[in-house]
Design a protein around this ligand. Sequence first.
Ligand SMILES: Cc1cc2nc3c(=O)[nH]c(=O)nc-3n(C[C@H](O)[C@H](O)[C@H](O)COP(=O)(O)O)c2cc1C
Ligand code: SF4
Length: 364
Amino acid sequence: MLTTSPDRPAGTAGVPDLIDRLRRSGLQGRGGAARPVAAELDRVRAAGPGGVVVVNGVEGEPLSRKDATLLTTVPHLVLDGAVAAATTVGAPDVVVCAAAGPGLEAVRRAAGERGGVDGPVHVHVVAAAPGFVAGQESAVVAHLDGFAARPRGTGVPLWRSGLAGRPTVVKNVETLARTGLLARHGHQPDTVLLTLATAAGPRVLEVPAGSALDVVLDREGVATGAGVLLGGYHGTWTPSDVTVPLTVDAVRAGVVRPLLAGECPLAVTAVVVGHLAAASVRQCGPCTFGLPRLHQLTLALAAGRLDADGVHELRRTVGLLVDRGACRHPDASARTVASALTAFPAEVAAHRRGACLAARAVAA
Ligand SMILES: Cc1cc2nc3c(=O)[nH]c(=O)nc-3n(C[C@H](O)[C@H](O)[C@H](O)COP(=O)(O)O)c2cc1C
Ligand code: SF4
């Protein structure tokens, strides 16, 4: 298991076949996009020596706690993974960018305890800028370069020119903890690490990949209302009568947010879109104009004030945002709304008549 691994620096600089181990394990990034890790390290290695490995511990997703938990409980494992990755790609520097709090303090302490196990690799620890968009990889690099933490729209990939113009790879904290296990032992667990958002607060748990969502929720004693938001604010809705296997592709950034009994999925979607619209730094059209309109329309739908034309405009606005913007923010926000419309068609129809099925189910 990830969080219960012994946390001592293992001296993983110079694991000879790390990229092969990553490829064989099929490790996908755990920061949201689920991209294969081996291919990204290969690319930055091919870009030449002198690069940087950035550990993304921003965790801007409001419901997520898994990365702070890992930084607090197994900071050396995360650093072992980052140093092994850096050595493999010929990067002399690892930069950890983590949200203020116990995770940042723990990894700062751990960096000071490494005692020369990292060979020529230097580990630096920097406090992250706050905010949802500050965790996007080019925004992290902009912050580390001393600029505002905004995604850049240059089209130049980070592996070609990232931090201080150097080849850069940005990896999520959990991804690097798993890389650390691969470097230490040659394998990493086939599990997903989740933050379960419950009424009593967030709970971090690790379950076998492919576990059935309803079984996990039952075991955790969490009763579910109309559905579950999987993957956090950039995630997708699934109705509670559908069985979902908890794979990396399904859980993405790892957040599981069940609706409470009586909680309306469309009202929660409106709150989520409100947060996402406010989080945008408004440097591209889709975020500046599209997200505020998406928020207005989802609010109106949740309040039962949207007629058939309004729902049509909502669907059109979703379509206009997909594959637009300098980063995935508008795209992913639109997909969250699209998934609500797909998962809860009866609720959408009820709201067009000014009713709410979730509220009615509790009153009955
Ligand atoms: C708006 C936005 C916010 C993001 N926030 C985070 C974050 O807080 N932490 C994170 O690891 N990845 C975040 N990502 C994903 C990163 O851009 C990047 O894909 C990730 O750090 C790569 O690491 P991985 O391959 O290990 O997943 C965000 C992406 C977007 C579009
Ligand atoms: S799409 Fe939105 S969040 Fe992304 S860079 Fe453009 S304005 Fe910023």
